[in-house]
Design a protein around this ligand. Sequence first.
Ligand SMILES: Nc1ncnc2c1ncn2[C@@H]1O[C@H](COP(=O)(O)OP(=O)(O)OP(=O)(O)O)[C@@H](O)[C@H]1O
Ligand SMILES: [Mg+2]
Length: 338
Amino acid sequence: MDAIETRHLTKSFGHVTAVNDISFSVKSGEIFGFLGPNGAGKSTTMMILTTLLKPTSGEAFVGGADVSREPKSVRQKIGYVQQDIAVDEYMTGRENLLLHARLSHMPNRMTESRIDEMLSLVELEQKQHEPVVGYSGGMRKRLDIAGGLLHMPDVLFLDEPTVGLDIQTRRKIWDYIRRIHSEYGVTVFLTTHYMEEADSLCDRIGIIDGGRIVAIDSPARMKDALGSEMISLEVARADSDRMLQELQNMAGMLSDIRCDYGSGAITMVASNGTGAVPKIFGAASRCGAAINAISVTRPTLDDVFLHHTGHEIRDEEDSGFSRGLELARKRRRSSGAP
Ligand SMILES: Nc1ncnc2c1ncn2[C@@H]1O[C@H](COP(=O)(O)OP(=O)(O)OP(=O)(O)O)[C@@H](O)[C@H]1O
Ligand SMILES: [Mg+2]
């Protein structure tokens, strides 16, 4: 059974179709990511899967349970860490987790030990008795993730888990996600608009743009599918003419061959980069050219994104994180707290 399955899932807000006929599945035990720009429909999909929004049409199942017909059963199987940080600033880290445990009706006998375990997982034991107001952004996010995991969900939903965090903190959070995945066997569904996050963390990704999934596969296979690789070659300046002639005879395998006669640097696009390398060495030895350096550059996930969407992902560091802080402050104010 798949951990998540959607069939023709659609969600409209008035005339805006936020999620447009999405069908995909996530295997049990996978780390699966939705990669897409602002407004692509990532959070909306996640909110349907976590039963917070009703789909306009189509179906979705989590752990085999129908999100529309069996929302309670879905909620028991999942942990959800929303895009905006949802911790209470004036409670301590431990108190926040205790509140989480109460809200999810966790049995008292296991609450304390489970909180200890989660605090240790996200390395917040030292800070657990301090109010969250003194925590850094990364620490708040770690606490939020610990809360999502407290009741041992089968599927953990992480909406933009590292948005607005610096790169070191981001890497640290990736490590926690990997540990959560390997130590607890949790299926992880995350959304991101960071290429590196999708590339390094996810077994498979769905590229989502304008409410539609435009591609779905492992990052490696997506890059391979683009096929062409860039080969850069350096030969002695005196050899560059002869070498260029030999390369031009390899049409079919190489294209877009360019030579900088000043430096002897030659670049070309190869339909099969690693396969072309021995043939390039063969060509060099035929014409008596000495190769000083050679490198093969594979397409990146940015190239994949551009290929499928026709535009680059806008990396707006605007930050759900600062929005999260603002939201937490507003909540605090409206509850009359100091
Ligand atoms: N409650 C709502 N009412 C009206 N429109 C909405 C609502 N929620 C989302 N939308 C619209 O649906 C589209 C998808 O929004 P969504 O929040 O799912 O995108 P996202 O991919 O999560 O973007 P981001 O990277 O900014 O978080 C956007 O055009 C958004 O303005
Ligand atoms: Mg979002």
